[in-house]
Each structure stands twice: as structure tokens, then as C-alpha cells.
Design a protein around this ligand. Structure first.
Ligand code: C5P
Length: 315
């Protein structure tokens, strides 16, 4: 038996970053937006005694760590332990389309997909609230990959509130060469705040809030208004670590994108287009610009991790 789950990448249309907390995380006002660029994770029973084996396919498969730390393997182990099951014999395959270490929560998406796939494979019927709690244990962005759509994430990003959206938005993602480490980008954000003299702890920096104008633009499906409200407090840090991203942002804007920002902790750059044709043209111009390794036109919002199909092997 095998189960395949499709899971979306995310872009943060607002990423408000508060001060550094005592536990090493930052309080966020994080407006997550799920896009149709996604991975597929297949879970299948393994031979007895083989434990969890992980494989990956796709153009960037070589960059995906296939060790025990991979969030898909950790998710399977966590779900089994939660239900008091023994270490599973399980084959997990990731068909990777989300940029690796790109600021689009690709690893988190695979963790969410593995939770859903194993839950179906092992016929556990875990309540969604429990899956969301397990997801939050795995990482700050994992619960949103379960939920999908558009949501406001508070706390370290794991406390979610679904948001209303009035239409489909068209996006382009420019993939950079190599990834950026999320902790390193948060550290650079803190360093820049110290350098600017504002301080970086949660007593120095006000807790961020969602921008009401941005929420209204989403609710009304107004791409131009959303473009004007896009905001990412991690962008200066990502640009400081990777100055060439400024060229990518400029190339997409010159090609007609109505909004541009670094996606999450980067280095993927996200561009909002006025419609699907414009998104295709921006993607083509970005490919020709020489400022990125690949460019993908896509859209959203789309649902979170969902089972595509289950197959029974050998009758
Ligand atoms: O939760 P996750 O494991 O994805 O976070 C990775 C790292 O990103 C954390 O260890 C922390 O350094 C940083 N982070 C943060 N504040 C958040 C989320 C992540 O500082 N709200």
C-alpha cells in the first residue's frame, strides 16, 4: 500500500519580526500564503527491519539531506511515537519541486505531507488539532503547510488563524543558486538591529501586528493593493547576506511585476503579477536576466497537505 500527498510551498506576504526571545525564537506577525508550487510525498510500507528509508527526486534532489534529521522522517517517527507504535518500517519518497533552503518552507512542507501520508497509510485518523500540535513540534512553519490557504501566524509562527481571501493571485518565484540558513538570517536581522542602535531583544522591539491594509487587500482579492502592502522584516538581513538578490528584485520589477520581496528568509525572490499572462512574461524575463537559476510562474492560494491517492500494490 502507498499514499501520496501533495503539499504547497508558502510565501510570506507579511513577515513582521519582533525581538529575540529567551528561547531563541522571535515573535512574529506572519501572513502565510500557500502557492501551487508544491512537493509530493509518498509513504509506503517498508520491508520488515529496514526502518525508515528516504529517497528524493527532482532537479534539486542532490541538495536535500536524506538523513534522520529530514523533517519527513522526523514527522513519521513523531506520529508513530504519539500513537505508541514501534519504529516503523517505512519508505518515504519526496518528489521535490519547492526550492531547497529557499525561504519557501519546503522542508516544513515535506514534514506536514509525511504526517498526513503516514496517518492515512497506518489508518490512524488522527484529529486535525493533534496533527497541528505534532506539526508545531517539528517546526514553526509546519502547521501552516497542513492548513494551506492564507493564515496569520502568531507566536513563533505556529499559532494560526485562517484569513479570508477574495480571489486568486498570480506569483513568480526566482530561485537563487544555493540556499540561506534560516537561523543565520534571523541572527543577521538581530545584528543589523544592534548595529542600528535599536536593540534586538523582545524588550527592545515591539511585538509586530498584522497590517490591516494588507488583510483588506487579501480579503478583496486586490492584487495592486496587496503589492503595495508586501513587507518582510527579514529582507534587509537576506540582502545583507546575499547582496545580489537586489539585482533579482530589480529585474522582476523592470519586467512588469507589481510587487517584489524576498520570500521568508530567502534567497528565493517572490513577485506578484497582475494576472497569469503577466506572471508568465515576468518569469520568462527573469530566466533571461541571468539574475537567478530558475523562475516559476504559479498562483494561490491553494489548500494545505492533501492525499492525492492511495494505491494497493500486488493486488
Ligand atoms: O522552527 P524552525 O525549526 O523552523 O526554526 C528554525 C530556526 O529559525 C530557529 O532555530 C530560530 O533560529 C529561527 N526562528 C526564529 N524565530 C521564529 C522562527 C524561527 O528565530 N519565529
Amino acid at each position: 500500500m502507498s499514499v501520496t500527498v501533495r503539499v504547497p510551498a508558502k510565501v510570506n506576504v507579511q513577515l513582521g519580526v519582533g525581538g529575540l526571545r529567551a528561547d531563541g525564537f522571535h515573535d512574529l506577525a506572519n501572513v502565510f500564503f500557500a502557492v501551487a508550487l508544491g512537493d509530493e510525498v509518498t509513504a509506503a510500507d517498508g520491508e520488515p527491519g529496514t526502518g525508515i528509508t528516504l529517497t528524493c527526486s527532482g532537479p534539486d534532489a542532490d541538495a536535500v539531506p536524506l538523513d534522520d534529521g529530514n523533517l519527513a522522517a522526523r514527522a513519521a517517527r513523531l506520529l508513530a511515537a504519539h500513537h505508541g507504535l514501534a519504529e516503523p518500517d517505512l519508505r518515504l519518497h519526496i518528489a521535490k519541486a519547492i526550492p531547497v533552503a529557499g525561504g519557501m518552507a519546503g522542508g516544513s512542507a515535506d514534514g506536514a505531507a509525511a504526517l498526513v501520508a503516514c496517518d492515512a497509510l497506518w489508518e490512524l485518523r488522527t484529529p486535525v488539532e493533534v496533527l497541528l500540535e505534532l506539526a508545531a513540534e517539528l517546526g514553526s512553519d509546519v502547521p501552516f503547510a497542513l492548513l494551506g490557504g492564507v493564515a496569520l501566524g502568531r507566536g513563533r509562527g505556529e499559532i494560526l488563524e485562517a484569513l479570508p481571501v477574495g480571489g486568486t493571485f498570480h506569483w513568480v518565484f526566482a530561485v537563487a543558486d544555493g540556499g540561506l540558513s534560516t537561523p543565520a538570517v534571523f541572527r543577521e536581522c538581530d545584528r543589523l538591529r544592534e548595529e542600528a542602535g535599536t536593540g534586538s531583544s523582545d524588550t527592545d522591539v515591539a511585538t509586530p501586528d498584522a497590517d490591516p491594509g494588507l488583510l483588506a487587500a487579501l480579503a478583496e482579492g486586490d492584487a495592486a493593493a496587496l503589492a503595495g502592502a508586501l513587507a518582510n522584516d527579514l529582507q534587509p538581513a537576506a540582502l545583507s547576506l546575499r547582496p545580489a538578490l537586489a539585482d533579482t528584485l530589480r529585474a522582476g520589477t523592470e519586467a512588469g511585476a507589481i510587487g517584489a520581496l524576498v520570500s521568508g528568509s530567502g534567497p528565493t525572490c517572490a513577485f506578484l503579477a497582475k494576472d497569469a499572462d503577466s506572471a508568465a512574461a515576468v518569469a520568462e524575463a527573469l530566466r533571461r536576466s541571468g539574475t537567478c537559476r530558475a523562475a516559476h510562474a504559479t498562483y494561490g492560494p491553494v489548500p494545505g497537505a492533501e492525499v492525492l491517492g492511495a494505491e494497493v500494490f500486488g493486488g
